[in-house]
Design a protein around this ligand. Structure first.
Ligand code: WQD
Length: 353
């Protein structure tokens, strides 16, 4: 069976994608530095399959290491080659992703996100592995007034996080133009992934204080600490920002569909928006969470957050036409699954030894 390398595989989106690929019969090698995630997510994936009495456990191998260490990356490829099951493709999640932190520490973001990606791609080339699904982000669009963002919309990131993502996209575009033209590349631009696997065994587990809204809503529901809504004077119906929220398991499915598409088709570079194409305001998200889970989320309005844009919603028609697939899970499911994860793991993975 096809062996896939997943970088950043113990993180939020990475761990959900690992679980999904395993259930679809892939053999996976996971590498993660654990700088921003916990290996306990891998243990929980094993627990899920143990409960399912599923023999996929020997198809999951974890290697702790950093993409800044080129020898470490090469060694992982060599281990697969020695077993006569070389790595067929890579799904590359590893990277730092806090917009605010990237503004205060741009060198840290360029080192992790750009140098790390360069090392990985170079090692792939040296090991004859030229199929990659890259985790990019809607932040490459910057502050756009366009209603639904298309893949050919203007690319103008407004923070170092977005700039590093666009830089790696440009490296992949250069490789795709190169003479040997035998790379299969999918660039997936995420919008706002939230929720958790329906088992409640894995979920979003920020090691530091969370920046994004969904884990903050969950914390406020749990602790009754007031959530600050950043601005109620935006030019929207209820005055709060609009985003395109997508269930993390839909995002995992999007990676599987993209990987299978690359493997089954000729060398090419594919750029896709991975969103639901539906704009939800901060207040709508809070109210949906409260109604679905029958719980109150205390909040107060605060001033706008530096760097925020009013609206980020995907035009996902290219996703639908090329992969013949689109996200199916509702906002209600995202809220229900996220709350279940919290209730089963009040302290996240630190609950588990
Ligand atoms: C969503 C909305 C805030 C916190 C970022 C990254 C993006 C992706 C997702 C990695 C905004 C509002 C938030 C709070 C609030 N990460 N908000 N109070 O900024 O759309 O995207 O995270 O890929 O790349 O840029 O997500 O969840 O931070 O904010 O009112 O305490 O919630 O103003 O309107 P964002 P977010």
């Amino acid at each position: 069976m096809n062996r896939i390398l997943i970088t950043g595989g113990s993180g939020f989106i990475g761990s959900h994608t690992c679980l999904h690929l395993l259930s679809e019969g892939y053999d996976i090698f996971v590498i993660d530095s654990l700088v921003n995630s916990s290996e306990k997510s891998i243990n929980q994936i094993k627990k899920f399959f143990k409960e399912e009495k599923n023999k996929v456990l020997n198809n999951l191998r974890f290697f702790k290491g950093d993409l800044k260490d080129k020898d470490f990356i090469n060694n992982v490829f060599k281990v697969a080659q020695k077993e006569n099951n070389p790595i067929k493709g890579v799904i590359h999640f590893a990277g730092l992703k806090a917009v605010g932190e990237s503004v205060s520490q741009p060198l840290l973001y360029w080192d992790n996100n750009v140098i790390g990606s360069y090392n990985l791609i170079k090692s792939m080339s040296e090991n004859d592995c030229r199929t990659i699904v890259f985790s990019s982000s809607a932040t490459v669009y910057g502050s756009s007034s366009i209603d639904l963002l298309r893949e050919d919309s203007t690319l103008a990131p407004t923070n170092p996080y977005g700039t590093t993502k666009l830089s790696v996209e440009n490296l992949l575009k250069d490789i795709n133009q190169s003479k040997n033209k035998n790379w299969r590349i999918a660039i997936l631009r995420y919008f706002n992934p939230i929720g958790a696997h329906k088992s409640g065994l894995i979920g979003e587990n920020p090691l530091q204080k969370p920046n994004n809204i969904f884990p903050i809503i969950i914390n406020s529901a749990f602790t009754k600490e007031k959530l600050k809504v950043f601005g109620n004077d935006w030019p929207t119906e209820d005055g709060t920002c609009i985003r395109d929220y997508i269930h993390v398991m839909d995002l995992a499915e999007g990676h599987l569909k993209s990987l299978n598409y690359l493997i089954e088709n000729d060398p090419q570079l594919l750029t896709l928006n991975i969103g639901k194409g539906r704009g939800i305001s901060v207040i709508e998200l809070i109210k949906t969470f409260e109604n679905v889970n029958n719980i109150s989320v205390p909040f107060e309005f605060d001033k706008r957050r530096e760097g925020d844009v009013c609206k980020l919603v995907a035009d996902n028609s290219k996703l639908k036409s090329i992969l013949n697939w689109s996200p199916t899970k509702s906002l209600e499911e995202m809220c229900k699954d996220g709350w279940k994860w919290k209730n089963l793991n009040p302290k996240g993975y630190s609950e588990h030894n």
